[in-house]
Structure formats: structure tokens, C-alpha cells
Design a protein around this ligand. Structure first.
Ligand SMILES: [Zn+2]
Length: 171
């Protein structure tokens, strides 16, 4: 297993739509293992493959730190089957450091995809699990939490980044 580098906004890879996995082979299984290790090392509760530079439709989620009844799972080519309700919750993202904003999501969601063993699986969840699933599915479509907040808040975040960059460069 290996800890991978997490790409940060505004890396162009984070804006791309990721491709379907057409064969679940050893490489995909290895990617899932590395993503899990990277997620745990960063204290994240979810991760999409594009965040570590692989533009494929693979996600890992473990909301255990917030909801101990839920287990770790990985999903390949996940698709939303149904969704309902509305919930608003503060979200952060490993690829958007120092940003924590309220985002509107569906309250309940049912997602279908494949396990790393190639079996079709379904995951349904509400609350934090539903939020994490939608957050990771967004990543697969090149959508970040910054795209789901107001333009003003997005500008404030961008300006903050610029200032930090200037400070680093000593300008
Ligand atoms: Zn994220």
C-alpha cells in the first residue's frame, strides 16, 4: 500500500469528468487500497480517484469517525438510483484546503456500482453517508464544493488562496 499525493484546487484534473472503469483488474484493486490508506492518513471520510490523479470512476468512503455504525466501502462506476429529501451540512474537501462551507444535498440516496471484487453492490444511506456519497460522486463529474456555494464565497476563497500564494512567494 502507498500513500498518494492529494491534488489540490485549482489542479485541472479536479475539473474533469472521470472515465468509467471497463475492467476491474489488479490495478484497480491496488488503486482502491492506496486510496483507502491515503484517505485514512489525511483523516478524510471519502475520496475519489481523481483526487490522487487517476481520472477513473472509483470512490472510497468511510464515515465511521462520524457514524460508527457504517463501514468502509469502495465503489466502482457508482450511479445514483434514487434520491430524496434535502439536507444542508458543512462540508470540507481534502482537495480544497481550509474551506468549510454549507452545501445543499439530497437527504437520502441509493447508489449502485461494483465492488473491487467485481460484484454489483448497492449502498443506501442518509445523513452523513448520503452527503459523503454525493460529495464523491460530484468529484467524478469534476464538481467541487466550490461549485456548490455562492459566487461571492467562491471569490473570497480564491482571493484567500491568492494572498497565501503571494505570501509564500514573498511578493
Ligand atoms: Zn472532496
Amino acid at each position: 500500500m502507498a500513500v498518494l499525493e492529494i491534488l489540490k484546487y485549482p489542479h485541472p484534473m479536479l475539473k474533469k469528468r472521470c472515465q468509467e472503469v471497463d475492467r476491474i483488474d489488479g490495478g484497480v484493486k491496488q488503486l482502491v487500497r492506496d486510496m483507502v490508506e491515503t484517505m485514512y492518513r489525511s483523516n478524510g471520510i471519502g475520496m475519489a480517484a481523481c483526487q490522487v490523479g487517476i481520472p477513473k470512476r472509483v470512490i472510497v468512503v468511510d464515515v465511521g469517525p462520524i457514524d460508527p455504525e457504517k463501514d468502509l466501502f469502495a465503489m466502482i462506476n457508482p450511479e445514483i438510483v434514487s434520491e430524496e429529501g434535502e439536507i444542508e451540512h458543512e462540508e470540507g474537501c481534502l482537495s480544497v484546503p481550509d474551506c468549510s462551507e454549507k452545501v445543499k444535498r439530497k437527504e437520502k440516496i441509493l447508489v449502485r456500482g461494483f465492488s473491487p471484487e467485481g460484484e454489483e453492490i448497492e449502498v443506501s444511506g442518509d445523513g452523513i453517508l448520503a452527503i459523503a456519497l454525493q460529495h464523491e460522486l460530484d468529484h467524478l463529474n469534476g464538481v467541487l464544493i466550490l461549485d456548490r456555494i455562492s459566487r461571492l464565497k467562491r471569490e473570497i476563497y480564491r482571493n484567500k488562496l491568492k494572498k497565501e500564494k503571494r505570501k509564500e512567494e514573498g511578493v
